[in-house]
Design a protein around this ligand. Structure first.
Ligand code: HPA
Length: 274
């Protein structure tokens, strides 16, 4: 993170405060094509273009709006490394949420399945990750006021929380969530079949192009993290067919009802827990 990172965060929060004085405790980041939960949550919308310093992306399937409702804030759309913007843009949302008072973040993404036991349409709870992006968002001078120089990420996706949420979702929705390890590539090209074989050997269940920098910064800022991948396709080389962004968006839309139910249950659970 650059030295001006937290000044950028303050400016963005000032812009949000002009519109809302809410004190959200739970934050949600919605990945590609996964914004349909917005239909079930009302609140105040702030387009990213009105938040100082927020990068406004152009990827189809990413809404580019923040919604605040009572103690929940939702970022529909995120910045990716492959967009070629400043690396700090990718994690700004996380630091904004921390500054707004958020305690727990739920991160969602679309992902390819390396694990052959998964099928497109599955929602997988993240239990760990492999950072294959070749950089760490915390590189640069550290300000100990915000977090430690060498943060512990051995329980990056809070194990206790995972167990409780899984039990709650099983009880309420009758849906048994599987857990998996997410491996982040930079993109924007999808992986090759050889890279996917490598990912499997290294212990990945899922591959995608996001989330990991946000999880690292969330842990640094002492936020609890819950992560969900929506399996939109089998990863490259597993099936004898090419990968496409259109398929990713289409599958995301097909599972929106299930994803919404899981997210709403998780949000309720986190809110009750406090
Ligand atoms: N690879 C990387 N990112 C993705 C994929 C994939 O197969 N599917 C959705 N996002």
């Amino acid at each position: 993170m650059k030295e001006n990172f937290f000044e950028r965060v303050e400016k963005a929060v000032d812009a949000i405060r002009l519109v809302s004085s809410c004190q959200p405790k739970t934050g949600l980041v919605l990945g590609s094509g996964l914004s349909s939960i917005l239909h079930t949550i009302d609140g105040v919308d702030i387009p990213y273009s009105e938040i100082d310093g927020m990068h406004v992306g152009k990827i189809s399937g990413h809404a580019g709006v923040m919604r605040i409702h009572d103690d929940l804030c939702v970022f529909a759309g995120r910045t990716h490394f492959y967009e070629g913007t400043d690396e700090d843009d990718i994690v700004l949302t996380i630091a904004i949420m921390k500054s707004l008072g958020v305690k727990q973040v739920i991160l969602t993404n679309a992902a390819g399945a390396v694990n052959r036991g998964y099928v497109p349409g599955d929602i997988i709870m993240l239990k760990d990750h492999i950072n294959y992006m070749g950089y760490n968002p915390l590189k640069g001078a550290n300000d100990d006021n915000y977090g430690p120089r060498f943060p512990d990420v051995s329980d990056a996706y809070d194990r206790r929380l995972r167990m409780k949420i899984k039990a709650g979702i099983l009880e309420k929705l009758g849906y048994e969530l599987q857990e998996g390890v997410y491996m982040a590539f930079n993109g924007p090209s999808y992986e090759t079949p050889a890279e996917i074989r490598m990912a499997g050997i290294l212990g990945a269940d899922l591959v995608g192009m996001s989330t990991v920098p946000e999880v690292i910064v969330a842990n640094y800022l002492d936020l609890n993290v819950v992560g969900f991948s929506c399996v939109t396709n089998m990863a490259a080389g597993i099936l004898d067919k090419p990968l496409s962004h259109a398929e990713v968006i289409k599958t995301g839309k097909e599972v929106e009802v299930k994803l919404c139910a899981i997210l709403l249950t998780t949000i309720d659970f986190l809110q009750d827990m406090r």
